[in-house]
Design a binder for this molecule. Sequence first.
Ligand code: SER
Length: 320
Amino acid sequence: MKNILVVGSLGQLGSEISLELRRVFGNDHVVLTDIKDDTNLDLIASGPFYKLDSRDGESLDKIVQKHQIDTIYHLAALLSATAERMPKVAWDINIGGLMTTLEVARQRKCAVFTPSSIGAFGPTTPKIYTPQDTIQRPTSIYGISKVAGELLCDYYYHKYDVDTRGVRFPGVISSMTPPGGGTTDYAVDIYYAAVEQKHYTCFLEGDTYLDMIYMPDAVNAAISIMEADPSRLRHRNAFNIASMSFCPEDQAAYIRNYIPEFTISYDIDPVKQAIADSWPDCLEDYAARVEWGWKPKYDLNMMTKDMIETISRRKQNVVK
Ligand code: SER
């Protein structure tokens, strides 16, 4: 039986990956940690949980030994817009935290999943159907930390035989735990605004194309790559994964299929717009499809329907 540890288990990605891991592998076999302990209380209560700063290697090592952990999902990181406001802290958390996990993994022989991002690309990267292996010269501190993270993970694999694997996530859209401080957050916020106010003021320009993914596909990607047959993996850190690419105008048009009176206006955030403009429009994900069978289920229409239904249902329950 596997014993899994999730670092950063209460964030947007962590909360849903942890829930699914506990469903698949059993509550007692999935140990959760996070720097906070005041959200997602049901998730915390459903199995072992420790309050932990991801840079605290000593405590992490004790938890890994106590629970005989063999696989770590390292999900603690600052997102792009927050990172841009405090580059030193972002480096410290995004790289210091990852290094801490890799060192424990090396000593205790654990496999490690680390999310990279579309942010690992920059303005000199081919923008359309961005290849798996291409130029990576990002201009945001978030992107710089993601490229460094990819290289560090490959380094631990080649030098110490640590079984490191990762994917380059598009903007992740979900309704359980909000993202925070990301450039792609608009694509989540827009659904809440559509249901609640029938209007959204978007911080990116209407024709800004970016890759996006719905949470069930993102969870499936993280777990599938860690369960994949290692002999088939030619790449490791990190695989492009694509699911859908759209701009705010496209998303607004799909929302109008369900909320016809919905309107969108724009108040551009120059920092976030510059970050978005430096990222690809859409990735090519052939390597992930061939090497570990990546295949997303949701398109923009299915996701829009599901997000609006979920948020509306929740709103009605609150009103009742
Ligand atoms: N969603 C992230 C962000 O916007 C990108 O991976 O920062």
